[in-house]
Ligand binder design. Structure first.
Ligand code: URA
Length: 206
């Protein structure tokens, strides 16, 4: 029988937690993914950014937000003066879910069961880091953090709360910004997201 880890046996450091997550089989996504892509950053981080799940590049490199959405995200953080190295960046789901199409692997949205199974890791990341603020980048992250579906257009720019009592700032996923076809709309949405990151920065200081 596999014993469920209790509070007492939970890893006491992020490094130990990351090590445990390497062998995660809490849902079936580990079967096709290359590796667990765990969160990145130190336990002293005051803000924790949560994305959806690793993409193709993240799956290969084993690091969150290093693909096209990550580059856009990094650029905006730099622009508003948030040092990514002083934050913690993670995902709601820590294995890449995809559909093979020829040689390509097409991103597939994690379902409610996969989000719930992976919440175990996010809970421990939140508990060990105890950030002042978590930022939900998109609907999957918001659902994982808040514990129920959150309509992003309605709650964007507002604060909700995680099960652990951490304030959760709701915004869009950076990949949404990449997908806007009209250039003017894309620029406007990018500026709105940058403005939200300025608010996040102000909340970090407070
Ligand atoms: N999208 C995410 O939500 N997370 C990543 O790590 C990369 C892309």
């Amino acid at each position: 029988m596999v014993l469920e880890k209790t509070k007492e046996t939970r890893p006491k450091t992020l490094d130990a937690l990351r090590e445990d997550a390497r062998d995660c089989t809490r849902c079936d996504l580990y079967k096709n993914a290359t590796q667990t892509v765990f969160g990145e950053g130190g336990s002293e981080a005051r803000v924790l950014f949560v994305g959806e799940q690793p993409g193709d590049k993240e799956d290969v490199e084993g690091r969150p937000f290093v693909g096209p959405a990550g580059r856009l995200f990094d650029g905006i953080l730099e622009e508003v003066g948030i040092d990514r190295k002083k934050t913690y960046v993670t995902n709601a789901v820590k294995h890449f879910k995809f559909e093979p199409r020829g040689k390509r692997r097409i991103h597939s949205k994690p379902n409610a069961g996969e989000i719930r199974a992976c919440r175990w890791w996010l809970d421990q990341e939140l508990t060990l880091i105890q950030p002042d603020l978590a930022v939900a980048l998109g609907a999957t992250a918001a659902r994982a953090l808040v514990g129920k579906p959150v309509p992003i257009t309605k709650f964007r720019g507002t604060l909700l709360e995680s099960a652990e009592g951490v304030p959760v700032f709701i915004t869009v996923h950076p990949s949404y910004l990449l997908r806007i076809p009209d250039e003017l709309d894309r620029r406007r949405e990018r500026e709105r997201f940058a403005e939200e990151m300025r608010k996040v920065k102000a909340m970090m200081k407070g």
